[in-house]
Design a protein around this ligand. Structure first.
Ligand SMILES: [Zn+2]
Length: 321
């Protein structure tokens, strides 16, 4: 769990310094002449076609000095009980890939590069939705890995890609549904976790949002990074999956109520409005052959009554204005 001392910060990135020369300064000799050339060129092409120039600021900055290499992760994976195939080092703007399957992992790692704000002498590093402080305190890793993979699958689904972080990916896609895809993408490419938090504050409290982000970090550490050593692992996981779903149901219900133009909504219609979220919500999560139930209709009813507590009800309707 995250210590209370972690304060979300905003990057001091200056957009007015935007480099309009785009690709002219790219480290062509080292990058584009390498064996990864076709992948990097394809990434450039897809991003420039789909993402606004303003949101590509960090990507184009980092492309100028990006380095790549091949690395053997066998010993690292053996010692850490993980299965890492690629890695992006924020400190030296370097992508390391396993020679065996680099074509499956390169796009995910390129997204990490494209969303990293390299600020000299800053005490906090911003990369996508992850913030890392000097003392190695981190926040947002689960949401960051999930959204990185979500974008990889969105833009490179025609290519063979390694499926990873499937739980986090699903949760990140729900958050995108709640705050909107263009906002969410823009926050990601500017290393702006605070933007996500501020958007969610329209529908939830700061404490609830912090709890959601740190619980997702904990789950990600446990299930994707194999870091769970606690004896109470079962109880932690069981509660965490449900806590995450509670947050997502309550937040999306609140969003639909606040964005409605009607004075009253039939409660059943309100529930239908969050169908897209309910469809994505993990019903159960299997981890190490054990199934953790995360959703049932009781959970929906419980969260509905929590949200509706703040409103006046009239028969089968909730009064909004
Ligand atoms: Zn990653």
């Amino acid at each position: 769990m995250l210590s209370k001392s972690f304060e979300l910060k905003n990057t001091s990135e200056q957009l007015e310094q935007h480099d309009t020369k785009l690709f002219s300064d790219i480290n062509e000799k080292d990058i584009l002449h390498s064996h990864l050339r076709p992948y990097i060129i394809n990434f450039l092409k897809v991003l420039t076609q789909n993402i606004s120039e303003e949101d590509l600021y960090n990507f184009l900055q980092n492309m100028k000095t990006l380095k790549t290499n091949f690395k053997n992760f066998t010993i690292y994976n053996m010692l850490s009980h993980r299965s890492v195939h690629g890695f992006y080092s924020y400190e030296d703007n370097t992508i390391s890939l396993s020679k065996r399957n680099y074509h499956l992992t390169i796009y995910h790692e390129l997204f990490h590069m494209a969303s990293t704000v390299i600020e000299k002498d800053a005490s906090t590093l911003y990369t996508g939705f992850l913030q890392i402080q000097d003392n190695d305190e981190k926040i947002g890793n689960g949401l960051n890995e999930g959204y990185t993979q979500y974008l990889t699958e969105r833009y490179f689904s025609d290519k063979p890609i390694l499926k990873c972080y499937s739980y986090e990916t699903r949760i990140a896609s729900i958050i995108e549904q709640i705050i909107g895809s263009s906002k969410m993408q823009s926050f990601y490419f500017h290393g702006n976790l605070s933007g996500v938090v501020d958007s969610l504050k329209n529908y939830s409290s700061k404490d609830e949002i912090d709890k959601f982000i740190t619980t997702l970090d904990d789950i990600s550490n446990y299930i994707s990074c194999g870091l769970l050593k606690a004896k109470s692992k079962d109880a932690i996981l069981k509660n965490s999956f449900i806590d995450i779903n509670n947050f997502l149901i309550q937040t999306s219900l609140k969003q639909k109520i606040l964005e409605s133009n009607e004075h009253r909504i039939i409660i059943e219609h309100l529930i239908h409005k969050i169908d897209p979220v309910l469809c994505l919500l993990p019903q159960a999560v299997v981890y190490k052959y054990k199934e953790y139930k995360a959703y049932d209709t009781d959970l929906l009813e419980k969260n509905l009554s929590i949200v509706l507590k703040d409103y006046r009800l009239e028969h089968d309707k909730v009064l909004i204005k």
